[in-house]
Design a binder for this molecule. Structure first.
Ligand code: DGP
Length: 114
């Protein structure tokens, strides 16, 4: 999608601090980090939100989650853990309409969310 910020990051039109890339996905540091470790894992396929994902996307979603866990460990969160967040639509606090998994770590997270 040409006007989607994350699609433009995938195409290299907007620079990002990339920590992982393969044919299916990209992981890069969040521009407004909320924790010492804060990166996003996104599919290269434009999917507006988790609730727009289709059944045929199930395998891709699994790959994204698995890689998010692996990267969290690589980024130093293996012992103390991390928070994995998918904001969805307005009530969920989603501001960029391209499915993304937030990975936050390096500090204790609060619960419940505000
Ligand atoms: P959400 O609110 O769940 O839709 O989170 C979107 C996140 O995307 C937010 O934490 C900030 C981040 N973000 C927005 N624009 C950019 C950008 O151009 N570069 C990077 N690295 N992150 C961005």
């Amino acid at each position: 999608m040409s006007d989607c910020i994350f699609c433009r990051i995938i195409k290299g039109e907007i620079p990002s601090d990339t920590i992982y890339e393969d044919g299916d996905m990209l992981a890069f540091r969040d521009i407004t980090p909320q924790a010492p470790v804060h990166f996003l894992v996104i599919p290269k396929k434009h999917i507006g939100s988790l609730m727009e994902a289709e059944r045929e996307d199930a395998s891709l979603l699994g790959k994204l989650l698995h890689k998010a866990g692996e990267l969290a460990a690589e980024q130093g969160c293996s012992e103390r853990g991390a928070r994995f967040v998918i904001n969805c639509k307005s009530d969920g606090g989603q501001t960029v309409d391209h499915l993304h998994i937030h990975v936050l770590g390096g500090r204790m997270m609060m619960w419940p969310p505000g």
